[in-house]
Design a binder for this molecule. Structure first.
Ligand SMILES: [Zn+2]
Length: 225
């Protein structure tokens, strides 16, 4: 999607939460600076924002905030921008010859809306049908977490998780549903605390009604221990 370089249009695009690409828009030089160099620059930027707002950075409670936020941006909540952080794609032979779908549900999602830099909190549910190889269960959680640790659009996150697992498992038969709350909707703007957003991506056999239905029925199961 081509968008005009027009501030009003960009703003409404952000408030409507429309993404422009299934790849995270990164510049080619995104990793020329080290993490430490980035933290140093961002620290000054955060300080500048706070000072502009009129805050007194010499107050004990605020003096550490620029450095804390800069470290959190680079190493934690946006740490998944760096491809080096991508979980290793180790698969195993499907020795049990288990040919049905495997569902990993209720995976915790902590991400950040790229339009407002406010949290997205929710659950991801993933399913795949083995084509001969299987993946460790926690690998699916790690893949979700890796792509979630970026400025994100929920639709893109859903697609990125599916694409990654399709590649790792060498099959199209992968699906993902994400149900998440966006704090930019819940805590500001329209301030609707009840609403959540559901996105889904169905690959291969999951495009078929019966397979898709089976996956969605498993998600609905209430798991109590
Ligand atoms: Zn937002």
């Amino acid at each position: 999607m081509k968008i005009e370089n027009n501030i009003e249009e960009f703003e409404s695009l952000g408030d409507d939460h429309i993404g422009t690409s299934s790849n995270t828009p990164l510049r080619n030089d995104a990793f020329k600076l080290s993490n430490e160099e980035k933290i140093d620059i961002i620290k000054d930027d955060v300080r500048h924002i706070m000072e502009t707002l009129g805050l007194d950075l010499s107050d004990d409670s605020l003096s550490g905030t620029p450095n804390r936020v800069a470290k959190m941006f680079v190493k934690e909540i946006f740490g998944g921008l760096n491809p080096k952080k991508k979980p290793k794609a180790s698969t195993f032979e499907n020795k049990y010859k288990y040919g049905e779908m495997l569902v990993e549900k209720n995976i915790t999602v902590y991400s950040t809306c790229e339009h407002h830099l406010l949290p997205i909190v929710g659950r991801a549910h993933i399913a795949y049908i083995s084509n001969g190889s299987v993946v460790g269960l926690s690998k699916m959680n790690r893949i979700v977490d890796y792509f979630a640790k970026r400025p994100q659009v929920q639709e893109r996150l859903t697609i990125q998780v599916v694409k990654e697992l399709q590649e790792v498992l060498d099959t199209q038969d992968v699906a993902c549903v994400i149900d998440a709350k966006h704090l930019c909707v819940n805590s500001r703007g329209i301030r609707d605390i009840e609403s959540s957003t559901v996105t889904s991506e169905f690959g291969g056999k999951f495009k078929e009604e019966a397979t898709r239905r089976e996956f969605l029925d498993y998600i609905k199961l209430d798991t109590k221990f």
